[in-house]
Design a protein around this ligand. Sequence first.
Ligand SMILES: *Cc1c(COP(=O)(O)O)cnc(C)c1O
Length: 424
Amino acid sequence: MKPETLCLHAGYEPGNGGARALPIYQSTTFKFDSTKHVGALFDLTAGDAFYTRLGNPTTDAVEKKIAALEGGVGALCTSSGQAASMLSILNIAQAGDHIVTASAIYGGTVNLFGVTMKKLGIDVTFVDDDAPLEELQKAIQPNTKAVFGETIANPALHVLDIEKFAELAHGNGLPLIVDNTFATPILCRPFDFGADIIVHSTTKYMDGHAVQMGGVIVDSGKFDWGASGKFPGLTEPDESYHGLRYTESFGAAAYITKARVQLMRDMGTCQTPTGAFLLDLGLQTLPLRIRQHSSNAQAVAQYLEQQKDIEFINYPGLASDKYHALAEKYLPEGTAGVISFSIKGGRERAAKFIDSLKLVSLEVHVADIHSCILHPATSTHRQLSDQQLVDCGITPGLVRLSVGLENVDDILEDLQQAFDAINE
Ligand SMILES: *Cc1c(COP(=O)(O)O)cnc(C)c1O
């Protein structure tokens, strides 16, 4: 079935007289008739939900829907996007190992990999995602366990050359993990271009209404962990399950099963049933919303490009953008709603511009239904000097605009009156 249909029907099929809307199983636990059945649950030979940290029927329905949308064999919902990125790595890397990641990724992921993972003993090399394959190859070490990148990077708005990164990973017997948060499976399905694992912050477009924190990991089922020979955690016995081997017992779903029954069991970063329900509600209209976000943002980007107060603009949907050719290949239907641009005159003028907006709201968020804006130099990056800002690719006048679903004429009018205000 096509994505629009999957968004409505995948994962949950009501029986005769069953609830049309996905029921919320607001229960931490489930009742069983025999110790034999419960024993089978703990041996992983029966698959029912028995404790909500490890699985819940509401969450299970959403996981099946997202797996269907991405074209994967299974998915695992998590408490946030950060938890999804963390578990995606910890599932295959441990102290003494190493990962390679594109530099243009979400700031929270930069901290996770560069600070916290390092403390856990997992080393990381950040690579220039625009570098040619031969250059990228130099970052791979004998202990490297994964290659990571982001389809549309937040906030740099680089478009990842997924096929190039897949070639780098596979040429070295490694999986490629892609954060597909901004694109969503409606605009890009990274598995079609060679990615092996996908992560999302479902807090963003998938929910889309800014009501739920969540993340998800999706397994393509295509990576051959056994052939690679680098992943004993998947191919060798797990003593915490009586010596079970994930690849042997779960085949194509080895990775996602291990993430659930071992890491989610031990770390507990699970989605809630009500969070899963809200996420599902968002997913039902995702195709309509993401296309409208893209077309509104395209119009806003074209308007901004003409403004004399703009130093530069990043939006891969613009023909003049450095990543336009990659966007045409990987994101032919649109490049989502986030734009970044720099206002001439630095911090002060950018701040005045934002303070003058009436409809577009100042928020630490992106990718939701309301248009919102953020000024890194006075918020997330306010401790940095102007020079330090430039060094991390952020100018003092840079703003990140997330174009919502208001009528685009109203958004444009609000931006215009704010430009007028900074020129008074
Ligand atoms: C927001 C975001 C995350 C982190 O997700 P949370 O749900 O906030 O934990 C990860 N990746 C990208 C691309 C994001 O935009």
